[in-house]
Design a protein around this ligand. Structure first.
Ligand SMILES: Cc1cc2nc3c(=O)[nH]c(=O)nc-3n(C[C@H](O)[C@H](O)[C@H](O)COP(=O)(O)OP(=O)(O)OC[C@H]3O[C@@H](n4cnc5c(N)ncnc54)[C@H](O)[C@@H]3O)c2cc1C
Length: 369
């Protein structure tokens, strides 16, 4: 008999959402987190945007879970008093060429189910100016369902729900090895104390380290996908925000473009940009400021010279299978040919938005009922 029914590896927003869902389904659950706090990696290094679900390829996991997750997230935030704002966002075009990209995004959003109250609105230059007098644009799309959320309060609420339903969270507990079996065996070493635990089910939601436990096992190693790391740097705007909505340029090849997001205190930050990296290093390179300024001035020409400050950076785990756009990758019992095992890879944006939906899907795939 196993020590526990479910072990979740990693207490970022995804691991906490999975633990919450499983515990609330009555499953005995332990969450093992390497760090000294919950959510100290990617889950606290992002834009905190509740995404509408506009950009993703129709039928992709990102499209599916963003839409379903967003609806659940707004409800959850209301129920649990998590600070959020449905502030809306503008995607702005600065040329005829960019305007045709907007029209393509509008089509894509409809295929992804953004209709009715969630539908994007096409705005001409005058309408943009009325909404956001400081924004320069020939046209824009207004996404009314996009918002922002306090991600740390979200994770604390998930942790509280999971613990209230009986789950245990153990910090400073890096899992060093996973041996699949019936049951699965996990082991690690906490400050010299070796430990071992068996579980009927294991969910690995280890963010940037999602393939690490696969590399150490002969059965799992060949199944490990390629995960690239793409850093995103942010610069903060000192002083008052010039915007009331989130303001995005049209997307670029590797990301959404250097956009303006607001936080719940009304401050503005710009980013993230995209930088392929091989090491995890969260320092912001100040030399990027000039590129930020020129990108921002395309839609906010009046950006003063001295108002950007290096802020923070996050790193996206990116999984892109041949011929497809980057997407989430969930390997469950079928893909791994192993009962009771699931790995989540490539949970970049919109992972925060999608978290509650991804958690239900993973628990369903493991038949945790
Ligand atoms: C720059 C950037 C901007 C983003 N903006 C948004 C946004 O605006 N909206 C949105 O919806 N999404 C956004 N995202 C995506 C979102 O932040 C992520 O999808 C989400 O935080 C991923 O959570 P996670 O739990 O998978 O990973 P993480 O938060 O990285 O958590 C993984 C955890 O696993 C732990 N861990 C790793 N290995 C082990 C081990 N062996 N044993 C024990 N513990 C382990 C780590 O310590 C970590 O705490 C953004 C991401 C980035 C990088």
């Amino acid at each position: 008999m196993a020590d526990v029914r479910l072990v979740v590896v990693g207490a970022g927003v995804i691991g906490l959402a999975v633990a919450r869902e499983a515990a609330m389904r009555g499953i005995e659950t332990i969450v093992l987190e390497a760090g000294t706090n919950i959510g100290s990696e990617t889950s606290s290094r992002n834009s905190e945007v509740i995404h509408g679900g506009i950009y993703y390829a129709a039928g992709s996991l990102k499209a599916l879970h963003c839409l379903a997750g967003r609806k659940r997230l707004y409800r959850y935030a209301e129920e649990r008093n998590i600070p959020f704002s449905r502030c809306g966002k503008l995607i702005v075009a600065n040329s005829e060429g960019e305007d045709s990209v907007l029209r393509g995004l509008l089509d894509r959003s409809i295929k992804n189910g953004l209709t009715g109250d969630d539908a994007l609105r096409y705005l001409n230059a005058r309408e943009v100016n009325r909404l956001e007098p400081n924004v320069h644009a020939v046209s824009a799309l207004l996404s009314p369902s996009t918002g922002i959320i306090d991600s740390h309060s979200l994770m604390l609420a998930m942790q509280a729900d999971a613990e209230a339903a009986g789950a245990d969270l153990v910090l400073r507990s890096r899992v060093d090895q996973l041996v699949p079996g019936a049951p699965h065996t996990l082991s690690g070493n906490n400050d010299g104390d070796e430990w071992q635990l068996t579980a009927d089910n294991v969910v690995v939601s280890a963010g940037l380290h999602s393939t690490h436990l696969m590399q150490g096992n002969d059965w799992l190693r060949p199944l490990a996908p390629q995960v690239r790391m793409v850093k995103g740097n942010y610069f903060a705007l000192s002083g008052k925000s010039p915007f009331r909505h989130l303001v995005y340029p049209v997307p670029v090849e590797k990301g959404l473009g250097i956009h303006a997001t607001l936080d719940l205190s009304g401050s503005t930050r710009f980013g993230p940009d995209t930088e392929d990296v091989v090491d995890i290093d969260y320092r912001v390179d100040e030399r990027r400021q000039a590129v930020f300024e020129s990108s921002i001035r395309r839609y906010w020409p009046d950006l003063p010279a001295d108002r950007l400050l290096p802020a923070y950076a996050g790193i996206r785990p990116k999984v892109q299978l041949a011929g497809a756009e980057a997407d989430f990758l969930i390997q469950g019992p079928d893909e791994l040919a192993t009962a009771g095992l699931a790995f989540l890879h490539g949970i970049e944006s919109p992972g925060l938005t999608a978290s509650l939906s991804l958690a239900s899907s993973v628990c369903d795939r493991l038949s945790l009922t």
